[in-house]
Design a protein around this ligand. Structure first.
Ligand SMILES: Cc1ncc(COP(=O)(O)O)c(C=O)c1O
Length: 439
């Protein structure tokens, strides 16, 4: 048993955190602005991960702060069932305008996890409404992350997030993941090899029959498992196979949405239009919790049958389209548009890639992956102690004034889209130094 160093930290059970270790040496932020956090000791820390892949326009942006404050005073809450408020419609329209053509309907949630479970339910209900209720199977992918609710962990493929939680949803299967370091290590941008891994869906169709499969869900870039970029042609091939068999394709764009890859959505960067997109995070610049599910008009319209006084989709949350979230979302999208942030990652991609790949000869570095303003640096695990080497690098960077993130032994970078070149240099300089110093 280890006693916490400080009693007032006792009550808070922290998410995805080594609680006992953390409470012995807490790391607390008390202020943020632009590209920086400040710790409770007053130390400035450069944000290399946009908080948690969400603060795409940087912290405490005045327009967003003001919009939230004004909204709280004007209309703090409005019930979302059989009632609404104007900003919900305005935000849905703006989000739909950014989405690929034909994806014109938006359902609001409060998180990425809720967006995923909403999308999976929509897919099942869609097939049922059109008389194919036998399509009940959901297909995810190994190493996928789709949040932490039961639908999301069922289609997800990260073992630590699944193994404690029983049988989860029935009727789920998984595609193979696309990570292939033997052929693709140190690829700049999309790896060349692996499009054929999409054919794994044909294997599952042969095993289960297409008539039992409702949808396939993948992250265009698998983020939480350690930044896996889709091989050239892979997403196109997945789209073709789904079309061939009447299977819906869901892109989980919770981290790739809102400019991370150099376009509003990764669907546009890779030129592949799914049937449903899940989003969250950058939708409100992380300021107020909110998620969204963006749907093809044709899917939405399929639900709009039967007597008009009946509810078409029995699903929703008390805080769907919360007024504060909608106000934050509208101000966020205005900020993105005004500053060209949704395409800025494309402009910085080359510089960012060069900076990242300058680390390839450092000790322990076994792969570097990048696209847009996303980077992954994979370290070899310390013998008998996986994850610890990367975590030591995380602590060293934090002490040196840069916030990075680690998952397993991969370091993930996803800075706010307002980052300047000198700040990219600072992140990579600090990181390289930390990697050189760890054992
Ligand atoms: C692809 C993806 N889906 C879903 C989620 C879950 O989002 P949330 O933590 O808002 O529930 C995440 C979170 O990182 C994610 O990366």
């Amino acid at each position: 048993m280890t006693a916490p160093a400080d009693h007032h930290l006792d009550a808070y059970w922290m998410p995805f955190t080594a609680n006992r270790q953390f409470k012995k040496a807490p790391r607390l932020f008390t202020k943020a602005s632009g590209m920086h956090f400040w710790t409770d000791e007053g130390r400035q820390v450069l944000d290399g991960v946009a908080g948690l892949w969400c603060v795409n326009a940087g912290h405490a942006r005045p327009r967003i702060v003001q919009a939230i404050a004004e909204q709280a005073a004007e209309l703090d809450y409005a019930p979302p069932f059989q009632m609404a408020h104007p900003k919900a419609f305005a935000l849905a329209q703006k989000v739909a305008a950014l989405a690929p053509t034909g994806m014109g309907k938006v359902f609001f949630t409060n998180s990425g996890s809720e967006s995923v479970d909403t999308a999976l339910k929509m897919a099942l209900a869609y097939h049922r409404v059109r008389g194919e209720g036998h399509r009940t199977r959901l297909i995810g992918r190994e190493r996928g992350y789709h949040g932490v609710n039961f639908g999301g962990i069922s289609v997800g493929g990260m073992v630590a997030n699944r193994k404690m939680f029983g049988a989860m949803l029935a009727g789920v299967d998984h595609l193979r993941h696309t990570h292939d370091p033997a052929r693709n290590a140190f690829s700049v941008g999309q790896p060349a090899h692996g499009a054929e891994l999409a054919d794994d869906l044909e294997r599952l169709v042969a095993l289960h029959d297409a008539s039992t499969i409702a949808a396939v869900i993948v992250e265009p870039i698998a983020g939480s498992t350690g930044v896996l970029i889709p091989p050239v042609g892979y997403l196109q091939r997945l789209r073709e196979i789904c079309d061939r068999h009447g299977i819906l394709l869901i892109f989980d764009e919770v981290i790739t949405g809102f400019g991370r890859t150099g376009a509003p959505f990764a669907a546009q960067t890779y030129g592949v239009t799914p049937d449903i997109i899940t989003c969250a995070k950058g939708l409100t610049n992380g300021c107020v919790p909110m998620g969204g599910v963006i749907v093809k008009d044709s899917i939405h319209d399929t639900f709009m049958q039967g007597p008009e006084h009946l509810i078409e989709f029995f699903h929703g949350y008390t805080y769907s389209a919360h007024p504060l979230a909608c106000a934050a979302g509208l101000a966020t999208l205005e900020t993105y548009a005004e500053e060209g942030l949704l395409t800025r990652a494309r402009e910085l991609e080359g510089y960012f890639a060069e900076a990242l790949h300058s680390m390839r000869d450092l000790p322990h570095v076994i792969d570097i992956r990048n696209t847009g303003l996303v980077g992954g640096i994979e370290l070899s695990p310390r013998a008998g102690a996986p994850t610890q080497r990367a975590f030591d690098v995380f602590l060293a960077c934090y002490e040196a004034g840069v916030l990075i993130r680690t998952t397993g032994d991969t370091i993930a970078l996803s800075p706010p889209l307002i980052i300047e070149r000198a700040q990219i240099d600072q992140i990579v300089g600090t990181l390289a130094d930390a990697i050189r110093r760890v054992a």
